[in-house]
Design a protein around this ligand. Sequence first.
Ligand code: T1G
Length: 691
Amino acid sequence: MPIHQEIVGRILLLRVDNPPVNALSRVERRGLIDGIVRGADEDIDAVVIIGTGASFIAGADIREFGQPPEPPHLPEVVEAIEASTKPVVAAIAGQALGGGLEVALACHYRLASADARLGLPETTLGLIPGAGGTQRLPRLVDPLVAADMVATGKPRNATSALQIGLIDWIAERPLEIEAVERARDVARQSLDGRRLSEGNVATSTATIEALAHLKADTVRKSRGALAPGIAIDLIRLALQSPYDAGVAEERARFLELRSSPQAAALRHIFFAEREAAKGQGGAARSVARVGVIGAGTMGAGIAMSVADAGFPVTLIEQNEAALAAGLDRIARAYGDGVARKRLTSEVAAERRANITGATDYEALAQADLIIEAAFETMEVKDSIFRRLDAVARPEAILATNTSYLDIDAIAAVTDRPGQVVGLHYFSPANVMKLLEIVRGRKTDPAVLATALAFARRTGKIPVVAGVCHGFIGNRMLRAYNREAGLLLLEGATPSRVDKALTDFGMAMGPFAVADLSGIDIGHKGRMVMEPGSYEPAAFRVHDTLVSRGFHGRKTGAGFYLYCDGKVEGDNPEVADIVAAARENFGVEARNIDTHEIVERCIFAAAAEGLQIVKEGIAARPGDVDVVFVNGYGFPRHRGGPIFHLNQAGDVGVAALRGYAQGPFGRWWPSADPHDSNVEMHPRGQSTQDAA
Ligand code: T1G
């Protein structure tokens, strides 16, 4: 869509009109330059740039990044805006992100509405600002604030933006009206001091040192992602170099990152999350009142997640004592959030007030959606769903938070199987973004659409799964953990496996995770699986540790020893247990390099994911990547297990075939992913790039 030009009393309005978020593609870039040229005419005193719809400009058009850059490039646009001989006012409603904020920084004045969000999120796409953002921002706000904004990508709201000097005004009247008035006011004023590229940055040794610390901390937290550290380097460069030198270096680094595998991976996951959240038919129904059954860790977390989104929630427990314990857990969690300054006490109180406790199912009679989060046994679910069926409104949707149990079997005990769906939350449910929405064989499409819409309204990243043991994520995790367990028998140690995978970018290694969640939990889960559905060798060490009382952190020892919740070192008993297991399974220990550790664990998860797609449990490979990135700590800048396997190309598939020849053979049902006839992303591309 072009940039619409309109003249209101000698003020030229340039309206950016590229729904839904006013991303800047080549057409808009051209239109902005043409608009600035028009603004130079005699009959114009000043220019206003304003977005149509809810956004100012949400950045460069990400869909163009998979292709060669096309002129005019955004740097040309922002330089033309700043060089304008007439004042240019940015009128910002909603999102001013990435290139959108860079356009606003090139303007001479910035007016924002109260709902504005201004940020430079490029590092979340594996990039850095590529149109002067790293050089103009520290010339406008405190360099350390600029560095934090660029490195984290976190936007500022209008109030904060005014406080730090990012904007000049917050609109008190309708944005466009006030923007024209402000433009008239500044029309006769000199532009000296309003062009940020002409300013210098006040700096000091303390600032440079603080930036060095921030960079070290950022790199440590980035788990291998490159862009955040580079972004801070460029902020520091702005303090020590003339603007032209800084912006030239920024452009060079931007172009390097733009074609990097990490940028391709982050673009892939950006679009895959949006693809996964799209409905699969069916008209979503409205949800106003929610019930949650069970006030344990999961139930309380789910109730908070729903209350945080503004829904009234009725939390049910079987007796007053259990209910009181659950409500106390919630009160403590909100108090902790306030103590850590994650939310104000007012917001915490508001959210807490959304939750009402009860012990009588009758309290759920008006609920539109009821989420069961009780004990993980069919008997308990059976009893609860029979009672719900009798009490809930006929249109009410009944959801279970089960991690493993058969949704179809649960639906079958009700007279409304079409209204039954799985909502598999991840702990802590009020923090983790991933939500697996499990559709039963009889789940109505409208119920699925309602669940998807509800997930988005509560800030979750939803992925639809079919019914199988472990749905998508836990089933992939079993393949991943199977390789980790076998690597112990074949010669690796828990700490070597964990380090190899955290160096790859996983949030935690598989043995540290086992200790954290409780090795006994996995053991119990394995005991209820049908015989032969997993190999005893892969979990022999886990199961022996459990039999000796080593359950992980909660018992002070598992694969590691713990003191006051901190890892003290390896559990010395593991070596003996591993030696006995090797003897039992007739396996010779050998030296296993880091490369093999990572490939076997990650590629096995990927291959299982492809099988999950082949079986129709997941709709597409991107959904599988979204699950493992958002629920299992897979590094976002590697795009997800299938994307990563795809990046490895034939080398990766050959490696999988090679590992299938190992002493325990392959786990994944097909010889290799390509046997599963699942359409992987076209070689080395993300789904979006291939579009
Ligand atoms: N380019 C192209 N499409 C975009 C887009 C973008 N920048 N942002 C969103 N979309 C699409 C999205 O795919 C979806 O499409 C629809 O818009 C609604 O998005 C040079 C290099 C703005 C906060 O990183 O954070 O500028 O699925 O579902 O929840 O320095 O979108 O409907 O077909 O997310 O209301 C920097 C990315 C780019 C912002 C809105 N900008 N976008 O959230 O809607 S790099 C960003 C977002 C850059 C310069 C650099 C969010 C949002 P579809 P949505 P939302």
